[in-house]
Design a protein around this ligand. Structure first.
Ligand code: NAD
Ligand code: ZN
Length: 353
């Protein structure tokens, strides 16, 4: 088993990565929790595929799991569903010393993490991410949130899990579109931090290659995120580097009413900004071409759809992360190295035009 230890001021926890780990969830949880009562929050798709396996493994180690099975999809990351979770926790008489497990993609992880952060002023939780995006990104770093009518992730907290349990084999059942969404974020990590990893990804030619490499890919991404989060847990500084490609991506997601996957939007965003910054002389020549080759290697579309750039600029300025007036734009110096550029509002059309 590959294990990564995350050391933060507020807490310490392990990310465990191994093929087949879903069969051993009970054993892994026993190491960190001596009680019996556990609320397991999941969605219908994940429950059908892995619910019973996890339940069985927990029971084998004398836990008493209570399943809460939600509707799949972003709509479940809502205040209404949050209330539903609290109702269930109260019904189970879940106390502050009990445990919650988030079993699913980023929606389940973010929602359950926020419920755990707030229920009885905070109860321990474990992340068991089952999408590639959740395994390499959302389950690590403690950002938890729900959406409001007015926008995504507007209510949230930083609340670290007690453990992250990752089974790369779970990715085998992921729909292709979701797999590609995860790969876009994998490529993001390579672009901002690790040229060697970028070249490694370039060598993956078939789906079989990809599945054989997943453990290593997930491990590498988790390590990059861990290192960044350890320096800047609360997203005041270097953690913003993880937003490479995300400025345009968020605007596109909003424009398309979240009908495109986040990862697809990120691929377009990374390509768009690298094209611009290469033209403007911030980025080493040829980087855009290398990025194109890697995205094409995974059959990921990076072409900007027909959108009104004025509307995009408005979205960019409205983005909650830019409320201070300046836009923090992540720019590649070259493949494997990025920096954050503060751009005043009146200059954003230099980058988005
Ligand atoms: P998701 O949770 O909606 O999962 C995508 C779909 O895949 C769902 O239909 C789900 O039921 C299904 N699924 C999950 N695991 C499966 C499996 N193994 N096999 C087959 N189907 C499976 O989406 P997501 O992309 O995982 O997460 C998106 C969310 O993550 C967004 O809400 C986003 O804001 C959030 N996010 C959070 C962070 C963070 O730092 N907290 C970072 C990035 C994204
Ligand atoms: Zn992202």
């Amino acid at each position: 088993m590959k294990s990564i230890s995350v050391n933060l001021k507020s807490s310490k926890y392990d990310i465990d990565i191994e093929n087949g780990l879903l069969d051993d969830v009970g054993f892994e949880i026993r190491k960190i929790y001596k009680g019996t009562k556990i609320a397991v929050v999941t969605d219908e798709n994940v429950y059908k595929l892995y619910g019973k396996t996890v339940e069985k493994s927990l029971e084998k180690y004398s836990f008493k799991p209570h399943l809460v099975i939600l509707k799949p999809g972003e709509d479940s990351k809502s205040i209404d569903t949050l209330q539903n979770l609290y109702d269930n926790f109260l019904e189970f008489r879940l106390s502050r010393t009990d445990l919650i497990i988030a079993l699913g993609g980023g929606v389940i992880g973010d929602l359950t993490g926020f419920a755990a952060a707030t229920y009885l002023r905070g109860i321990d939780y474990v992340q068991i991410p089952t999408t590639l995006l959740a395994q390499i990104d959302s389950s690590i770093g403690g950002k938890v949130a729900v959406n409001l009518r007015q926008g995504k992730n507007l209510i949230g907290s930083f609340y670290q899990p007690k453990k992250v349990i990752i089974d790369p084999l779970a990715i085998k059942t992921l729909p292709d579109e979701q797999l590609k969404a995860g790969i876009s974020e994998v490529i993001k990590y390579a672009c901002i931090k690790d040229e060697q990893f970028f070249n490694y990804l370039m060598e993956i030619k078939t789906k079989k290659d990809l599945f054989n490499s997943l453990e290593h890919i997930i491990y590498t991404c988790c390590n990059i995120k861990k290192e960044i989060v350890e320096i800047d847990e609360k997203d005041n500084d270097i953690r913003m580097i993880l937003n490479f490609g995300h400025t345009l991506a968020h605007a596109l997601e909003k424009h398309f009413d979240y009908k495109i996957t986040h990862g697809q939007a990120v691929a377009i965003g990374m390509h768009y900004i690298t094209n611009k910054t290469e033209e403007l002389g911030y980025t080493k020549q040829g980087s855009k071409y290398e990025l194109e080759k890697l995205l094409e290697n995974f059959n990921i579309n990076y072409n900007l759809p027909n959108v009104d750039m004025e509307e995009i600029r408005e979205y960019v300025l409205l983005d909650k992360k830019n409320m201070s007036g300046n836009l923090n734009l992540v720019i590649l110096r070259k493949i494997g190295e990025a920096f954050i550029q503060s751009v005043p509002a009146e200059r954003i059309n230099l980058f988005f035009s």
